[in-house]
Design a protein around this ligand. Sequence first.
Ligand SMILES: [Zn+2]
Length: 59
Amino acid sequence: MDAKLLEILVCPVCKGPLLVRREASDLVCKPCRLAFPVRDGIPVMLVDDAQALPAGLDL
Ligand SMILES: [Zn+2]
């Protein structure tokens, strides 16, 4: 994934920074506990497509 692209990506909900989970190929917003998928190298920044993270998950 492009590092420059990652710098400008923010959470669509809270506009906060995102954490890259390379092993899961997704982008995580900690405050919102949402994981946004990366498909074919393209981050999908849609809340409808985001996965809710379990409350107990340690990020
Ligand atoms: Zn957020």
